[in-house]
Design a protein around this ligand. Structure first.
Ligand code: IPE
Ligand code: IPE
Ligand code: MG
Length: 239
């Protein structure tokens, strides 16, 4: 399917953000439970992440659980937390074999201890890997991140009067380059609190495909679309 794409002609975004969405609706369409939808979605995430880095993406940020998602039923939240533990534990070897560095963005509270332990172990083990970064936005909120950055600035006694954007960016959960390309699956046209600061100049892409069905070839099609975008950053080009 992807053989007709000439990848040497494509622009590869440095940092891709993905809002993992549509697991529940994907399951409903098939008469399955929302939990089964999440199982399918997170199974897909592993192969997609590897594929993205193979294409030359340097940072892949996956929005997998928002601060607001704690408002869902205890059954669903519990199932998702179990998935994260499994995902982080079972795939440690796979991340190592693929030289992938795994990092996280988000708050600790009220994550279960077992999730934080699996998270911390994965971060520790993969910290020296150099084959690209997977950033899990887990218990993440864009506004919470900005508020937390301000608190850290205050605690450090930073000279606010002379604060620069660059300096502020270093106080976010992770010191990452801006998002170049933001993909939200399942046809929803909103950010839902995802990387508000980092998405400032990102190109947005909203495929109808629900996340469990968003595979390697769909990502390649997204990159073809990204290549066509004219990123101007406020400048007049070709004048
Ligand atoms: C995204 O799928 C997964 C998470 C939010 C963790 P949803 O659960 O939001 O699926 P829909 O939007 O209900 O289809
Ligand atoms: C956003 O998806 C959060 C994640 C994908 C982790 P939601 O499905 O929770 O967002 P809304 O409620 O449709 O805005
Ligand atoms: Mg959703």
């Amino acid at each position: 399917m992807e053989t007709d794409i000439d990848f040497s002609q494509l622009k590869i975004p440095n940092h891709v953000g993905i809002i993992v969405d549509g697991n529940g609706r994907w399951a409903k369409e098939r008469g399955l439970t929302r939990m089964q939808g999440h199982d399918a979605g997170f199974e897909n995430l592993k192969s997609l992440a590897k594929h993205m880095l193979k294409r030359g993406v340097k940072v892949a940020s996956f929005y997998v659980f928002s601060t607001e998602n704690f408002k869902r039923s205890a059954e669903e939240v519990g199932h998702l937390m179990d998935i994260f533990v499994t995902l982080y534990k079972r795939n440690l070897r796979d991340f190592m074999e693929n030289n992938i560095k795994v990092i996280f963005s988000g708050r600790d509270e009220p994550l279960p201890k077992k999730v934080m332990a699996a998270r911390d172990e994965l971060v520790e083990q993969t910290k020296n890997n150099t084959g690209g970064i997977v950033n899990f936005c887990l218990n993440y909120g864009g506004r919470a991140e900005i508020v937390d950055a301000v608190k850290k600035l205050a605690a450090d006694g930073v000279d606010i009067a002379n604060l620069t954007e660059e300096q502020f960016g270093k106080y976010l959960y992770q010191d990452l380059p801006d998002v170049d390309f933001m993909i939200r699956t399942s046809g929803e046209l909103r950010l839902s609190n995802f990387m508000l600061w980092q998405n400032s100049y990102a190109e947005f892409y909203f495929p109808e495909t629900k996340f469990p069905d968003f595979h390697e070839a769909d990502f390649d099609r997204a990159i073809v679309e990204y290549t066509k975008r004219d990123r101007r950053f406020g400048m007049i080009k070709n004048a």
